[in-house]
Design a protein around this ligand. Sequence first.
Ligand code: T46
Length: 135
Amino acid sequence: MSLVQWVEFPPLGDDRGSLVALESGKTVPFIIKRVYYIFATKPGVSRGFHAHQHLNQVAVCVTGSCRMVLDNGTDRTSVWLDAPTKGVVINKMMWREMHDFSPDCVLLVLADKHYDETDYIRDYKSFLEAINNES
Ligand code: T46
């Protein structure tokens, strides 16, 4: 499976402006159990630096932009989230980091599970060990 999977959210605009609908199992490839958003990130701050054992998510910047690093233990790349019509899938067992938040960035994340701190792998070495144990 490719490292970067984009999800396009078609804008349903008219002459009043734009609207995007996020629908479970349609524009979003799973049933949404949780929604959270990250905003007012302080200048120079990076976030993330973890993977999830079971959680799958889609992230979209509804305003502003940030750069997301995705790393599956073999390959690492970074993508810009810079449009409210463009989401990226962050599957389980994918290391993620978020950098270069614009001051107005609102990063919306849709998740297929409720919050569970025990699902996090917050140490990169442990992440690589877990990936190697899977294969
Ligand atoms: C992820 C990236 C993209 C909760 O209590 N409930 C929640 O649903 C979430 C997401 C967080 N929290 C608490 C846990 C921490 O005390 O909020 C605090 C900040 O969470 P964290 O340091 O994990 O935030 P980020 O920005 O590093 O990571 C977040 C998500 O946690 C994570 O799942 O994939 O955004």
